[in-house]
Write a protein that binds this ligand. Sequence first.
Ligand SMILES: C[S@@+](CC[C@H](N)C(=O)[O-])C[C@H]1O[C@@H](n2cnc3c(N)ncnc32)[C@H](O)[C@@H]1O
Length: 245
Amino acid sequence: MKPHRKRRNSSRQGNRVRQGAAQAADVRSRVGPGSCLNGSGPLFHPEDGEKRVKNMGIREKYQITEYCHRYLRDYIREGDVCVDATAGNGGDTEFLCRMAGAGGRVYAFDIQEQALRSTAERLERAGLRGRAELICAGHEQMREYVKEPAAAAVFNLGYLPGGDHTLATRAETTLEAAGQALELLRPGGILSLCIYSGGDTGYEERDALLSWLKKLDTRRWLVIVNSFYNRKNDPPLPVFVIRLE
Ligand SMILES: C[S@@+](CC[C@H](N)C(=O)[O-])C[C@H]1O[C@@H](n2cnc3c(N)ncnc32)[C@H](O)[C@@H]1O
């Protein structure tokens, strides 16, 4: 979501992350995977709502999260492990749960209990709750929770829609988490980033990510930066990083 917020000071952020970690023990909900399927299922899972996407208007199809989902579909198979680094209201978590199927597992992180509650409710309604582990901790702690190679890691940056705008993602922790996510990816896996900038958000997180992405080793990573080129006012950037080997 495009943040419109004042810049935060770093001590507040530090407290926030520490609180998130402390809350993790209370809130983390670990649910085992459902029935086991092998990893050779179809790329387009019937539950993924292909029909829904076909019925969308053209503008909706190119809304950034929908655009990223369309790209991600090619990289996720039934039974895969996926990471949602910013659960928020659960839109991406739900998508990943559908793509990974009953035998897959989705690790979803957020620092806000409110976000994880909303994600849990969304998954319950969709009958997908058993496919996800909801983890109340900063995504910069990802490697402590995810031990298996992942097919996809998704970062939808910014703040919780309808929530506290000061609890948005920020450059330092996002960079740390994105680095960990890359190392978790299996060869052929994908990292997807929805990057917002401008307004109260400023440009720090976007600029830090773009300069980090530029330096990624070309033998290991393919980086694709998309842009809604003729849109005004700092349109969001959909970015994909594919693990080559
Ligand atoms: C734009 S929202 C995510 C939207 C979400 N993917 C969806 O589909 O609704 C960004 C989320 O990142 C969370 N966040 C901020 N800093 C974080 C951190 N260090 N680790 C994990 N989540 C964080 C915020 O609490 C917020 O819920």
